[in-house]
Design a protein around this ligand. Structure first.
Ligand code: MF3
Ligand code: CO
Ligand code: CO
Length: 301
């Protein structure tokens, strides 16, 4: 008798791991005809890492990021209380650096991909990643200070745009539009919505008031590292992209220009500036997807 290969497909045992990557037994997962696989946290955690390289955070991780987030907010409050005309952007860097270290944390930007300072300070037409230096803050300027701290191994990232002295009408306008667009994005965060829903809401909010959304920089997963998967664009279509699930932690940080969205980088390869010289503002929070919505781990209004 001739040996013949079995025509049957290689069979997956009922008790073997499900090929979908859930980490569950096959019989408890995709073998259950017509039924959705049960969505335990552990199975989703495996699936999100294998599929998207997203590392979902557990209870302990979340508490760690929350504590780092508290320090980030305290740092921003300190900066706000000290900001005045005549200060240099490097003075702000010193405040952030010393306060962070004094509180047992590390400033994540320092030497990150060659970044030379402990915080990003972005004035007026600077969109983001301004390197602290000799630039003097003048009455009427707007200044974004972006703080990322590492406390007990956990990262949290937030920023705000402050007024220096008394703001003019354009400064007020772009800061308000920018803050509101971040809030519109955060409001979309709940299980079942997608990454695209966040960008869609931000874009609608900002463009609806005549401002523009920067495309080159995006929000990002955070917690175990400074920048993790996924990327979170601040523009997009409803329903596009990865579905949000509990345990995801990422930033929402729209950069909004009063003029056109285009930018260029200065010779330092970091400082991003509006091409048309218009004002740009930004607000950022680190947000957790919960069972029924979101929790900001760097909460402010
Ligand atoms: N904090 C910025 C962000 O929101 C990243 C700054 S990277 C640095 O993602 F190297 F410039 F610090
Ligand atoms: Co960020
Ligand atoms: Co940041």
């Amino acid at each position: 008798m001739k040996f013949q290969m079995s025509k049957k497909k290689a069979k997956i045992g009922r008790n073997n791991p499900c090929p979908c990557g859930s980490g569950l037994k096959y019989k408890k997962c995709c073998l259950r005809k017509g039924k959705a696989p049960p969505k335990t946290f552990e199975s989703t955690r495996h699936f999100y890492y294998r599929q998207y390289k997203i590392r979902l955070k557990g209870k302990e991780d979340i508490e760690g990021i929350r504590q780092a987030g508290r320090l980030v907010l305290d740092t921003l409050d300190l900066v706000e209380s000290e900001i005045k005309p005549g200060m240099t952007t490097d003075n702000i860097n010193t405040l952030v650096h010393e306060f962070t270290v004094k509180n047992g944390a590390k400033p994540a930007p320092l030497r990150y991909r060659g970044f030379p300072k402990s915080t990003c300070v972005s004035v007026n037409e600077v969109i983001c990643h301004g390197i602290p230096g000799d630039r003097v803050l003048n009455d009427g300027d707007i200044v974004n200070v972006d703080v990322t701290s590492v406390l007990k191994g956990y990262f949290a990232d937030a920023n705000k745009t402050f007024f220096v002295g008394t703001p003019g009408p354009n400064a007020r306008k772009i800061v308000e539009i920018s803050r509101d667009s971040m809030k519109a994005g955060i409001k979309m965060v709940r299980p079942g919505n997608t990454i695209g829903d966040i960008g869609w809401a931000i874009q609608k909010s900002a463009e609806g008031r005549g401002a523009s959304v920067v495309r080159e920089f995006v929000g990002h997963g955070i917690g175990f590292q400074f920048h993790e998967a996924p990327q979170v664009p601040h523009y997009g279509k409803r329903g596009d992209g990865i579905p949000l699930v509990p345990g995801m932690v990422f930033t929402i940080e729209p950069m909004i220009n009063l003029g056109k969205k285009d930018l260029y980088l200065l010779k330092d390869k970091w400082t991003a500036v509006t091409k048309d010289g218009s004002l740009s503002a930004q607000f950022e929070q680190t947000v957790l997807v919960t069972e029924d919505g979101f929790e900001s781990l760097t909460p402010y209004v």
